[in-house]
Design a binder for this molecule. Sequence first.
Ligand code: SAH
Length: 384
Amino acid sequence: MPLRYFVESFTMSSVTQVQASAAHESDSPKPDLRDFSLHELEGMVRESGERTFRARQIMGWLWSRGAESFDSMHDLPAEFRGNLKQRFDIGSIARPHVARSSDGTRKLLIRLRDAEDIESVIIPTEGRTTLCISSQAGCAMGCGFCATARMGLHRNLAAGEILGQVMAARCELDPGETLTNYVFMGMGEPLANYPRLHRALTVMTSDWGLGISPRRITVSTVGLAPAMDRLLADFPVHLAVSLHATTDEVRDRIAPINKRFPLQVLIDACKALPIARRRRITFEYVMLDGVNDSSNDAHRLVKMLAPLRAKVNLIFFNPFPDAGFMPSSRERVADFQAILHRGNLTATIRESRGRDIAAACGQLFAERNPAAVSLPRSEAASPA
Ligand code: SAH
């Protein structure tokens, strides 16, 4: 199974991507098997003289059984296993450190092969357990109220690193607990890393991969308008748009991407999206005291979203050192919600989770925080 196969059979963008993830973005010279689709693996298996069905077998090991070594794939011919081992790694991430909040939220601090740190969060709520996934190490979007933005963008995550978070989280579940929902609301802007997000979503939603219904996956974007359309054309996932303001003046200030895609452009792009029947776009709105939380803002929001099938998620701002913003009071958030309701707009209030371990929205940042890494990973846990 010569590595030449990859170079010959991939499109240029795939080649660039594989080389980038294998060579430039990590120290390992070996590509991560978790980066590949079934189709790619089938081509590779045929190239190596093995029968095509072996690719599905490997995928079963990777995604259904959570195999982390080639040695465990005992129904593959030994020589073929040896070949795979020589040329690939499985999983480019080490076991995470886990911090558990008093509310059951668990933050996974994951160190990548090149020593970048990313975070994923397991959030149990009534009847569901949600995994919050990172798509980049750091973020380039520069939103004023978000701690991750202060890091700047370190790099895109490879598909295998995005998927590795799901596999790592499965090992940290409590007995009887399963992941039911997946939200791309961790570090980074998922639509700014679209090729790898696409790869990861392909594995997540395929029967040969993780077999997750796309309806259980939410991709949250700061509003990269042109990429939203592409995402929904490719996957019927749920879309969340981080809106946070009702005037360009305020949005320019707190979410600078607005200078490129101003409110009207963003809303027009949302109007044109192929939203399935009975589905709605979620608009996220972080409530910042005296900045975007006035009654006028609420009325403008009703008007702005009236032409859309929309719901609003009002988020309590989670402060961090030198944030420069204060959270709106509970009463203000309730009043704001009441105005939206009177305007026939569904609006929920997102309660903050995991604040004591800095796992709440916008608090994810990759400084090693001793309090966050004090709980060792349970040695008893095994891949799901
Ligand atoms: N880049 C994507 C996804 C990551 S942010 C996006 O912008 O949607 C996920 C959500 O957390 C966004 O709605 C974001 O605005 C919100 N958020 C960021 N910082 C926050 C903070 N300090 N308090 C509360 N919510 C925050």
